[in-house]
Design a protein around this ligand. Structure first.
Ligand code: SAH
Ligand code: ZN
Ligand code: ZN
Ligand code: ZN
Ligand code: ZN
Length: 449
């Protein structure tokens, strides 16, 4: 796929539900892509893995018009089977029950295999790094601390919420009266909800985690976790999981449901939006109105998210992470996180913490960052990044504080921008071969603008 990207852009083609012809890789049905731009094979369509953007992780590739021989088909099925987790979810669950019944000194967690191991398996892991002292019941309730965050650069990178953000989210959902939380790629939030329930707090909240990381099968039963791919709305345990998922979305006895998701930022917006729409349809078949959703993503994806979900708004709240090298809330002054909440809930109902400087703007009817000053000319609180923006009369809008109006470009830009060049080529990387919309580097630069 990398070679293809160099010659132009790649667009993902969302197919109809009925169109079940997509070939499968170990991550479920592949996505259909089309090359755009100046490449020789312009317009040619191909299938590639939905979950992995790096071919080292999954090298599935097939031209859309390619005929696949019987032999290759069989080889592919064999390959898909070989990439399945070691155990079924049911097996993982019974292993867990056995594990917790062991005395503490017999419990081992193999760091290399990221697996809770049973006494009879110890020999197989003898040469591996084993963690033993730390598998207390307390520790097993916090799998996100036990498991190493996946740091796979392009697809599965796991960035865990800092406590502050995690508790903000939990309190916000409670405050809004939600009792069933569909956690899509938010294992730490799921964990914190479970911990809160164990402490006997009321009202009780239910949580269902959907995530592609099968290591969580070890800790959560099939009624708490489904292995799921959010780029193609694929449930790995098929019908069983789908039925359970549908049941979870049913709002019985007034228990309101909300979906909250924090996808990998390298991910493509369109397939994600498509999966979330599928969820919303499932929800709508059983309830009235619109499924409440919160999608956590960097602010520079705003226009692409709003394109898919016009009723969404972006909130000013900055989501912080524990293990992100740049956006960790530290003692040395806070680096501004670019990650925000996008939601179809009413912004005025989501109260942002005053002690972190957020305040209510009565004109916009929403909570905004301390530095986000209301601009009467724009009639909005314009800042996206939390800094105070400045109104430019020539542009007729507010711009970042570091930007200056450039008369030869005819708009505001950074003082050292490549003057006069941005009109023809790509606004992101400067290439003359494509426009910003199809820039291949745009998606790969995690957390950058
Ligand atoms: N901030 C969250 C974690 C977000 S990291 C928290 O603290 O709970 C992104 C999450 O999405 C990870 O848990 C990762 O395993 C999951 N993920 C990555 N690719 C996925 C996919 N294709 N489908 C479903 N989940 C995926
Ligand atoms: Zn794959
Ligand atoms: Zn305002
Ligand atoms: Zn303005
Ligand atoms: Zn200007």
């Amino acid at each position: 796929m990398d070679d293809a990207v160099d010659s132009g852009g790649i667009e993902v083609i969302i197919q109809n539900e009925e169109d079940k012809t997509a070939p499968r890789c170990p991550h479920g049905p592949a996505l259909l892509f089309e090359k755009t731009g100046n490449g020789e094979e312009k317009g040619r369509r191909f299938y590639a893995c939905s979950a992995c953007r790096d071919r080292k992780d999954c090298n599935f590739f097939q031209w859309a018009d390619e005929k696949i021989s019987e032999a290759r088909m069989l080889a592919r099925e064999e390959q898909n089977r070989s990439k399945m987790p070691l155990f079924s979810h049911q097996e993982y669950s019974s292993r867990f029950r056995e594990f917790v019944s062991l005395p503490l000194e017999q419990r081992r967690f193999c760091v290399d295999c990221q697996l809770l191991i049973l006494p009879e398996e110890r020999a197989t892991h003898a040469k591996h790094k084993a963690l033993s002292e730390d598998t207390t019941v307390q520790r097993l309730k916090r799998p996100s601390l036990l498991l190493c965050p996946l740091d796979n650069k392009k697809s599965n990178a796991q960035y865990l919420f800092a406590d502050r953000s995690c508790h903000f989210l939990l309190d916000m959902l409670l405050g809004l009266g939600f009792q069933k939380i569909l956690c899509v790629g938010t294992p730490r939030l799921h964990e914190v909800i479970k911990l809160r329930n164990m402490k006997g707090k009321s009202p009780k909240m239910k949580s269902l985690l959907l995530d592609i990381d099968y290591r969580y099968c070890q800790f959560y039963g099939q009624d708490e976790f489904c292995r799921y791919n959010m780029f193609n709305h694929h449930f790995f345990d098929d019908e069983e999981a789908v039925t359970f998922f549908q049941g979870f979305l049913r709002e019985e006895e007034g228990a309101k449901v909300v979906m909250i998701t924090d996808p990998p930022f390298g991910g493509l917006v369109k397939p994600l939006a498509n999966s979330f729409s599928q969820m919303a349809i499932t929800w709508k078949n059983q309830n009235k109105g619109q499924m409440p959703m919160i999608w956590i993503f960097p602010y520079f994806f705003e226009s692409r998210i709003l394109e898919c979900f016009p009723s969404f708004s972006m909130l000013d709240y900055q989501v912080d992470y524990d293990n992100h090298p740049l956006y960790k809330h530290g003692k040395t002054g806070r680096k501004q996180s670019p990650v925000r909440l996008f939601t179809n809930l009413s912004p005025k109902d989501i109260i942002l913490p005053e002690d972190e400087g957020y305040r209510f703007c009565s004109v916009c009817e929403r909570y905004v960052s301390a530095g986000n000053k209301h601009c009467p000319k724009c009639d909005t609180c314009p800042s996206k990044d939390g800094r105070e923006w400045r109104h430019c009369d020539e542009c007729g809008r507010c711009v970042k504080p570091s930007w200056r109006h450039c008369s030869s470009c005819g708009h505001c830009a950074l003082p050292d921008h490549p003057c006069g060049q941005s009109q023809t080529g790509c606004f992101n990387c400067g290439s003359q071969k494509h426009k910003l919309r199809t820039c291949p580097k745009k998606h790969n630069k995690r957390f950058s603008e």
